[in-house]
Design a protein around this ligand. Structure first.
Ligand code: ADP
Length: 192
C-alpha cells in the first residue's frame, strides 16, 4: 500500500522591490492561520540575534515573524516541532543552508513558502534564489510598476544620491543617500 501524499512542497514568490512579494507571502500565510494551521515565519535579522519581529509589506500589512541570523537558528527553532507551514521573507539574504533546509522540510510534509528578490540591483541572480526557483513546485514572478514609464517592472534600480549605482558597488550597502525604485528592463540602468 502506498502512503498518501503528505502535501509538503516549495512555493517561491519573486520579483523586484515593490512588486508585492511580502503582501503575497502575508496573504498566503494568513489563509493558513485562519484555517488554524501551525505557521512559522522567518526573516533575516540585521544583527546576529534571534528576536520577535514582523514581516511587513510596503503597504503596511504585518504578520508576526522571527528574525534569525542564519538557517542554523531556524533549525534550532523548528527542533521544538514542525509546523504545517513555514514562511521565509527576504529569502535572498539567507545563507546557502536555506536550500537543504527547505528541501528537508518539504520532504517531511511541510508547505514551505519563500519570498525574495530574484535579481540584485545589478540585475544578476540573487544568492540562493536561483536554486530555490529550480527546485520549487510552484514559482510566481510578480511585477511592480516602472517609475519611469509605467510598464511592468521586473528590476530594482539602486540610486545613490539620485544617480544609478555602479556595477561594482557592494550588493549590500549601508548608506544614507541610497534609494530603490522599481524599473522595467529598458529603464534599469547599471553604471559600468
Ligand atoms: P515587496 O515585498 O515586493 O517589496 P511589498 O509587498 O512590500 O513588496 O509592497 C508592495 C506595495 O508597494 C504595493 O502594494 C504598493 O503599495 C507599493 N509600491 C510602491 N512603489 C510601487 C511601484 N513602483 N509599483 C507597485 N507598487 C508600489
Amino acid at each position: 500500500l502506498k502512503s498518501p501524499y503528505h502535501g509538503g512542497h516549495l512555493e517561491v514568490v519573486v520579483g523586484p522591490m515593490f512588486s508585492g512579494k511580502s503582501e503575497e507571502l502575508i496573504r498566503r500565510l494568513n489563509r493558513s492561520i485562519i484555517a488554524r494551521q501551525q505557521v512559522a515565519v522567518f526573516k533575516p535579522a540585521i544583527d546576529d540575534r534571534y528576536h520577535a519581529a514582523h514581516v511587513a509589506s510596503h503597504s503596511g500589512q504585518l504578520t508576526p515573524a522571527l528574525a534569525v541570523g542564519n538557517t542554523a537558528q531556524v533549525r534550532q527553532h523548528l527542533d521544538a516541532g514542525l509546523p504545517d507551514v513555514v514562511g521565509f521573507d527576504e529569502a535572498q539574504f539567507f545563507d546557502a543552508g536555506l536550500v537543504p533546509l527547505a528541501l528537508e522540510l518539504a520532504d517531511q510534509g511541510v508547505r514551505v513558502v519563500l519570498a525574495g528578490l530574484d535579481l540584485d540591483f545589478r540585475g544578476e541572480p540573487f544568492g540562493v534564489m536561483p536554486e530555490l526557483l529550480s527546485r520549487a513546485e510552484s514559482v510566481e514572478k510578480l511585477t511592480a510598476i516602472c517609475m519611469v514609464c509605467g510598464a511592468p517592472a521586473t528590476r530594482t534600480q539602486r540610486l545613490i544620491g539620485g544617480q544609478p549605482a555602479h556595477y561594482d558597488d557592494p550588493v549590500l550597502l549601508v548608506g544614507a543617500s541610497e534609494r530603490y525604485e522599481a524599473r522595467c528592463r529598458v529603464h534599469h540602468v547599471v553604471m559600468r
